[in-house]
Design a protein around this ligand. Structure first.
Ligand SMILES: *Cc1c(COP(=O)(O)O)cnc(C)c1O
Length: 381
């Protein structure tokens, strides 16, 4: 890289990246990773060159576990596992560990929960407890929990708490006990983990690929209640057996060490994050609310752009929107790129645009997008 390229990418001049994933990482974290790349804290090694069993990586690993537990207030009867295989891997790993080959009920609220149901069918007797698709096949609202058909023998109930593609988010996790079910709730929270607090009293297991809100692809976070360990099907690979992974403190096989290190730096960034008089996760959640509110208000006030999701089901993280005149799509994207607003094209299955405004997206990024939306509408409205 030439000196001028380095200069043009320096902190204050980086474009705003709206990618749905892998997605933006806090700039402070990238800067620290760069500074420590050749020599991690006087060790003479890059983190990616260290033994996962050495004391240096051991301290990185333990700090990451401790800080994640503190940030999300994870109770002591839950284990944190650092795994590999991503969200799609967990779609198979969860039923192999929790279903005992029996009944699995899935609440379908969009593309990701539908995919989870399909994969679980290879290992268990899957039934769709509810499907929120409308007559056009689109997901624009979440079916009320009281309408879900949960079987008495369900080994677990699966939902996706933030549908990355459709742009729907549960604002509260359901209380399955109040619905008359003792089944544990399994939550795919890949695309909004650490954007808000979690009520663990309602959760049996939560999983998340790291590449949306936590750090590099390759790390999968699993938070599992201890009583759910130890029931894996015989076909479950040892490296994906939650009991085995837990017994070995996520070191049964080599964990994704560099991704764990970067995730650990992101956890520390959240811990010191300040906004609106708050600190830590509460501050980040407040900024996420403010960013999403600003963008939805702008879309709702526009006669050119629209978001079609019911207000109470709208995601704070992934905001799909459409131009009422789709012939303007290419112009819109080219103009956005010219202003340093990257990766706004919608998912191919939905079309239109999508702004993913994860934790690392500053308020200024959403303000820049909003002012572009307004300018574009003035020119083309
Ligand atoms: C991105 C995503 C996944 C898939 O993750 P991979 O790491 O690609 O397997 C699963 N679920 C949700 C909600 C996602 O956003």
């Amino acid at each position: 890289m030439t000196a001028s390229m380095t200069a043009s990418l320096s902190a204050s001049h980086r474009p705003f990246n709206f990618s749905a994933g892998p997605s933006a990482v806090p700039e402070e974290v990238l800067t620290q990773v760069a500074a420590e790349m050749l020599d991690w804290q006087g060790s003479g090694m890059s983190v990616m060159e260290m033994s996962h069993r050495g004391k240096e990586f051991g301290s990185i690993h333990e700090a990451a576990l401790r800080n994640l537990r503190e940030l999300l207030q994870i109770p002591p009867n839950f284990r944190i596992l650092f795994m590999q295989g991503g969200g799609l891997g967990e779609n198979a790993i969860v039923p192999m560990n929790l279903s005992r080959g029996g009944a699995v009920d899935v609440v379908v609220t969009g593309a990701w929960s539908r995919k989870s149901a399909g994969e679980a069918r290879r290992y268990a007797d899957v039934k769709i407890a509810a499907d929120g698709a409308n007559a056009a096949g689109r997901h624009e609202s979440i079916p009320p929990a009281a309408s879900w058909q949960i079987r008495p023998d369900a080994s677990y109930v699966h939902l996706c708490s933030n549908e990355t593609i459709d742009g729907l988010e549960f604002q509260h996790l359901p209380d399955l006990k109040a619905l008359g079910s003792d089944a544990p709730l399994v939550v795919d929270c890949s695309s909004h983990i650490l954007s808000r607090t979690v009520d663990w009293s309602k959760v049996g297991l939560a999983f998340a690929g790291a590449q949306k809100n936590v750090g590099p692809a390759g790390l999968t976070l699993v938070v599992v209640r201890e009583d759910l360990l130890g029931h894996a099907l015989p076909i479950c690979p040892s490296a994906f057996n939650y009991q085995t992974v837990a017994d070995n403190n996520s070191m049964f096989n080599t964990p994704p060490t560099f991704a764990i290190y970067v995730a650990g730096l992101v956890f520390e960034w959240i811990q010191r994050f300040q906004y609106a008089g708050k600190t830590g996760l509460a501050a980040l959640e407040q900024r996420n609310i403010d960013k999403a509110t600003l963008l939805y208000q702008t879309l709702d006030a526009s006669s050119l752009f629209e978001n079609r999701v019911a207000p109470e089901a709208r995601s704070r993280m992934n905001i799909p929107f459409f131009l009422r005149d789709e012939r303007l799509n290419d112009d819109f994207l080219a103009g956005a790129r010219a202003r340093g607003l990257l990766q706004l094209k919608g998912h191919k299955s939905v079309g239109g645009m999508r702004a993913s405004i994860y934790n690392a997206m500053p308020l200024e990024g959403v303000q820049a997008l909003v002012s572009y939306l307004k300018d574009f509408e003035t020119q083309h409205g």
